[in-house]
Design a binder for this molecule. Structure first.
Ligand code: C5P
Length: 202
């Protein structure tokens, strides 16, 4: 079965938690595409060369989850040649047999507009900053400022800006706990799989 679940949205909205749960529930492969941009940003040197020569080992660095790595990722992610270097890999991953979940910023709009399910997971900047602050600590106002700065860069760039695809289902997690958000996503995917099966094998 070729079946892609595209999950987009801003930082700390809950995409990762939902993606992992959906992948586990349906036995789909999962790709956190933010990790690709984080690895490019962390590699240093020319970001285009870094993207063109990215290796699995680059994705295993243990410093990719920091706030600084997120900011570095969003700075290299505005460069069209960096995005282009990462496109084929993501597209192949999305259409692999057996099903795939990809989370990022442009999966439903650019990488896989033909995805069978598109979710846009969001929450207010304050709620997202609070969640991130619980993980990283420090000054909560500064975490909020970084969230807002990253949103602005990701939504304002010319190439593949963050936005919901026209046919995406929006899940606002501001007032949802993770079990409720996961439950909503799973029932949407379940319904789409049933519809896909009803239309015959591909
Ligand atoms: O999702 P995560 O916070 O790990 O993403 C880090 C950064 O990578 C984002 O802020 C964004 O600039 C970039 N990104 C992107 N397209 C994706 C995934 C991430 O531009 N599909």
């Amino acid at each position: 079965m070729i079946f892609t679940v595209a999950i987009d949205g801003p930082a700390a909205a809950g995409k990762g938690t939902i993606s992992r749960a959906v992948a586990q529930r349906f036995g789909f492969a999962h790709l956190d595409t933010g990790l690709l941009y984080r690895a490019v940003g962390a590699k240093g040197g020319d970001p285009v060369v870094a993207a063109q020569t990215l290796t699995p080992a680059d994705l295993m660095r243990d410093d990719l989850r920091s706030m600084a790595a997120g900011q570095a990722a969003s700075r290299v992610a505005v460069i069209p040649a960096v995005r282009a270097a990462l496109t084929d890999f993501q597209r192949r991953f999305a259409r692999q047999p057996g099903g795939a979940v990809l989370d990022g910023r442009d999966i439903g709009t650019v990488i896989c507009p033909e995805a069978e399910v598109k979710l846009y997971v969001t929450a207010s900047p304050e709620v997202r900053a609070h969640r991130r602050w619980l993980e990283v600590g420090g000054d909560e106002a500064r975490v909020l400022a970084e969230v807002i700065e990253r949103d602005a860069r990701d939504m304002g760039r010319d190439d593949a800006p963050l936005r919901a695809a026209a046919d995406a289902v929006v899940i606002d997690t501001s007032a949802l706990d993770s079990d409720a958000a996961i439950g909503r996503a799973i029932s949407i995917v379940q319904a789409a799989i049933a519809m896909d099966r009803a239309h015959g094998p591909r």
